[in-house]
Write a protein that binds this ligand. Structure first.
Ligand SMILES: C[S@@+](CC[C@H](N)C(=O)[O-])C[C@H]1O[C@@H](n2cnc3c(N)ncnc32)[C@H](O)[C@@H]1O
Length: 290
């Protein structure tokens, strides 16, 4: 197996290099962070927290984990691996450093690592997944012991500058300046977002009016330090969702907070022959990085 340790941690406070000695990560300024018994490290100092328990709560994390494990979204990472196949095989001996920003309970990064080592067995791979939610990272740590996991925020990414080849942000909250800082000059950012038809059947039941369908468009003004490489669209009709899957699909999205409790109950009683997954994978690269 070509998995190698992720050894490009930066101190979240001063961005200097963090080194690991046994279960302690520390920097030259003597900031130190303990690895938990579950294996993850908490790199979210209290001064970076706006609430006591930021990020997704346990219910959302469990709903997402259960839904993703049905395999309905496998096609998303399959598409990314397909895209990478030409690029990776042209540099077979270079190690690849990969980060999943806002990784949730770790489904996507774990799938990425499994598919990647199978497809590119000669390319060493180091992976870090981080999320601001401790509940999510606890679940991620149980999912894979060969991936490094951290509690951390996109606003202060605990990773050295110019050290990452592939950076993923699935349905997350990008901080473009930090993403730019940690990517190598030829690194790639994969931003995965819902398209305009995503979960349309459910949204029609949850809301009296749904927003007019304007075609999906990534606003590059929000990513001034990046150039756009490609947008890949994937639409899938998800069939045979059980009642539990339908509940989890709603509970893992902001709809669980936005829609009224009554509408959610009515929607859960509906039967949906199929539900649309409309996914956009945007590939960006840092512009003008020397
Ligand atoms: C919609 S979920 C997506 C989770 C995962 N990427 C997935 O698709 O399964 C958004 C995630 O972003 C996390 N999050 C929110 N704010 C964050 C921040 N500032 N930095 C890092 N993660 C954050 C939440 O805790 C949550 O796990």
């Amino acid at each position: 197996m070509s998995v190698i340790p992720f050894d490009r941690f930066a101190c979240p406070i001063d961005l200097s290099s963090l080194t690991q000695t046994n279960t302690v990560f520390s920097c030259a300024q003597k900031h130190s962070f303990d690895q938990s018994q579950k294996g993850y490290v908490n790199l979210l100092p209290v001064q970076f927290k706006k609430t006591k328990d930021p990020g997704d709560n346990q219910e959302m994390v469990l709903a997402r984990k259960s839904f993703l494990e049905t395999g309905q979204y496998h096609f998303i990472m399959d598409t990314i691996i397909d895209f990478l196949s030409g690029i990776v095989s042209s540099h077979p001996s270079e190690p690849i450093y990969c980060v999943d920003a806002g990784c949730g309970e770790g489904y996507y990064l774990d799938r990425f690592q499994n598919l990647f080592v199978r497809q590119f067995p000669n390319t060493p791979l180091a992976c870090l997944g981080y999320d601001i939610s401790k509940e999510a990272i606890k679940k991620a740590s149980a999912r894979s012991k060969t991936i490094h996991w951290a509690v951390a925020t996109n606003a202060h990414i605990p990773v050295l500058s110019q050290s990452v080849d592939y950076l993923f942000c699935f349905f997350g909250f990008p901080v473009p300046s930090e993403f730019y800082r940690i990517l190598k000059k030829d690194g790639l950012l994969f931003l995965v977002d819902p398209g305009e038809k995503h979960l349309l059947e459910i949204r029609k039941k949850l809301y009296l009016k749904i927003k007019k369908e304007t075609p999906y468009h990534l606003n590059m003004d929000k990513f001034p330090q990046f150039k756009h490489i490609k947008t890949i669209s994937r639409i899938k009709q998800m069939e045979l969702l059980s009642d539990t899957d339908l509940f989890n699909l709603i509970a893992m999205t902001p709809h669980i907070h936005r829609a009224s409790a009554e509408k959610i109950q009515t929607t859960l009683r509906c039967s949906f022959p199929s539900i649309t997954a409309d996914i956009r994978i945007n590939v960006l690269s840092p512009a003008d990085k020397s």
